[in-house]
Design a protein around this ligand. Structure first.
Ligand SMILES: NC(=O)c1ccc[n+]([C@@H]2O[C@H](COP(=O)([O-])OP(=O)(O)OC[C@H]3O[C@@H](n4cnc5c(N)ncnc54)[C@H](O)[C@@H]3O)[C@@H](O)[C@H]2O)c1
Length: 450
């Protein structure tokens, strides 16, 4: 008997939830649904991940193994590569990657492929939610037409007049706001924006998420929900570019930008501190804004803030290399032949995610200039193969006093808490600090703060 699912159905207990893409976003979400008592199946194209999950193992540092094991044991969570099993679930949540391609245009092939995998298995009354970050229009223009090839319909509609519009399945967009490693805000505490293709779809998705997050924030359409996520990330990208540019100016004016930001941040209203760095990293901030600037072209619109911020942020690794060369020059050394150890290759503090990390560009630039490079990252023992940096093949070198003393320069790119900055500055001849990580040590003759 086919299940007759109305939007209110998704308020129910023990729903069957399928999460497609068990990565940094999908896996925590799957575990959250399991924790709330639902029966969760994780779908992934990577058989290695599926087999690790089914044996209760984690491949993401901050996701606890015992949690996965607990839900596998209680049969609230299992994983599969068999997409036919999508037929059996009530709700399908898509958390697959949305990177940029070689030409830095949106690469929606993962989302498209996922929609193609769902289509032959789509059932009447199922709820499908896209969570992958993308440009406004993706859910309606890309996912919906593929799903409707099943013969089932989900009309695009808004407003009170369409409150009870007939729909064969429900389709919504709800952006993920995961901040890996953030101990203050986990998934359950972060409000979730939800937009439906039509009002019943919106209600179904709201009912589903209300079970696992503290607050659901409804918006009028999938496009508004898609744009909300991009606004959040563009806000960060532009503000980081602003402080990065001000850092370059402050440096010429012999002003410490870090001191300036700390001072400005004492204003209790109308200011939010952003910090300069060696360049943007992570799967979101360096990538997502360009989804919107790409889409803007369709409307004959140049998204200038996004392009300018991108230009400034992508120039930062070059600036770091140039300042490192200048610091070595002050010691009477050339970049060529100098031993340089990069500390931290993850894109941000205390995570094991190297995606888009500026450390890779910096390492490569240093290497091209003849430096003898090495790195240490307690979270990344071996550099993974990166699409844009295929020639970088290194293992993390232990930070012994002897190793530090042998280096001509130690370059802090990511300020992991595990680093003993006192010992690093104590043993190294020269330290270039791109993160103000050595702040607590005060002014040191061998530290150049960028
Ligand atoms: N990582 C974050 O902090 C973060 C935060 C907010 C939003 N997002 C967005 O969430 C989405 C997912 O990002 P992520 O960081 O979880 O990526 P990820 O690479 O960690 O995980 C994606 C998973 O999807 C799997 N996959 C790829 N193609 C598939 C397919 N066709 N079918 C099934 N599985 C497939 C991969 O094997 C992988 O396990 C992206 O759109 C990203 O922009 C990420």
């Amino acid at each position: 008997m086919p299940i007759d699912r109305k939007p209110e159905f998704f308020k129910g207990a023990q729903l069957k939830v399928g999460i497609i893409g068990c990565g940094y976003v999908g896996l925590p979400l799957a575990l959250r649904f399991a924790e709330a008592g639902h029966k969760v199946t994780g779908f992934d194209t990577d058989p290695a991940k599926v087999s690790l999950l089914n044996s209760g193992k984690s491949y993401i540092e901050h996701i606890r193994q015992d949690k996965i094991q607990q839900f596998v044991n209680s049969r609230h969570f299992n994983a599969t590569t068999d997409f036919e099993r999508l037929k059996d679930v009530d709700a399908i949540v898509i958390c697959v990657p949305t990177p940029l391609d070689e030409r830095r245009d949106p690469d929606l092939s993962y989302v498209e492929q996922t929609a193609i995998s769902i289509q032959p298995n789509l059932q009447r009354g199922q709820l499908v939610v896209l969570e992958s970050t993308t440009y406004p229009g993706t859910t309606e223009e890309l996912v919906l037409p593929i799903l409707e090839k099943s013969g089932l319909r989900c009309p695009i509609a808004a407003g009170i007049a369409s409150d009870n519009i007939p729909t064969d399945f429900f389709l919504a967009f709800s952006p993920e706001r995961e901040d890996p490693g953030n101990k203050q805000y986990g998934l359950a505490q972060i409000p979730k924006v939800v937009g439906g293709t039509n009002p019943p779809s919106a209600r179904a998705a709201q009912a589903l998420y209300a079970q696992v997050v503290a607050k659901v924030v409804p918006v009028s359409s999938t496009r508004a929900a898609e744009m909300a996520k991009l606004l959040e990330n563009i806000f960060r990208c532009v503000n980081i570019a602003l402080v990065n540019e001000l850092k370059l100016l402050a440096s010429r004016m012999n002003i410490d930008i870090w001191e300036v930001i700390d001072a400005a941040a004492t204003k209790p209203f109308g200011f939010m501190p952003f910090y300069p760095g060696p360049g943007l990293g992570g799967h979101c901030i360096p990538v997502d804004p360009f989804y919107l600037s790409w889409k803007a072209r369709e409307y004959d619109f140049a998204a200038r803030f996004i392009e300018l911020a991108g230009e400034i942020n992508t120039s930062m690794p070059g600036y770091v290399v140039q300042r490192t060369a200048a610091a070595l020059n002050d010691e009477g050394k050339a970049l060529k032949g100098s031993k340089i150890a990069v500390l931290g290759v993850a894109y941000k503090k205390d995570v094991d995610d190297p995606r888009e990390s500026p450390a890779f560009t910096i390492l490569e630039m240093l290497q091209k200039n003849g430096a003898v490079v090495s790195y240490n990252d307690p979270h990344i023992p071996t550099l993974p193969r990166m699409r844009h940096h295929p020639s970088l093949r290194l293992d993390s070198t232990p930070l012994t006093p002897e190793f530090l003393a042998r280096q001509d320069c130690v370059l802090i790119v990511t300020d992991h808490s595990a680093f003993d900055y006192d010992a690093i500055v104590g043993h190294a001849k020269l330290v270039v600090d791109t993160r103000n990580a050595t702040k607590k040590l005060g002014v040191k003759a061998n530290v150049v703060k960028l």
